[in-house]
Design a protein around this ligand. Structure first.
Ligand SMILES: [Zn+2]
Length: 83
């Protein structure tokens, strides 16, 4: 049919919002005592869900990396299964 294009499979994933995707507004994510971030070592009063010292941006970067690795592993597995 003229004017109609075949849909290409989209490999691109949407970017997370610039404000971050974690909500750490609860008081459980805050401590009076600043301690070194588990990821970068910089001092922070923030705590992750396991109460470990962590910047919110560092935790989000770690989660993003984890998701990227898992998605890549999943896609690699699918490709080997198909052959
Ligand atoms: Zn950090």
């Amino acid at each position: 049919m003229p004017g109609r294009r075949r849909r290409r499979r989209q490999r691109q994933r949407p970017d997370p919002p610039p404000t971050g995707f974690l909500d750490w507004t609860a008081s459980t994510h805050w401590s009076q005592q600043a301690r070194p971030c588990r990821y970068c070592g910089g001092l922070t009063n923030l705590r992750d869900s396991g109460r470990h010292p962590s910047h919110k941006t560092c935790a989000e970067a770690a989660i993003r990396e984890q998701i990227r690795d898992q998605a890549a592993a999943y896609e690699n597995e699918r490709m080997t299964e198909g052959t």
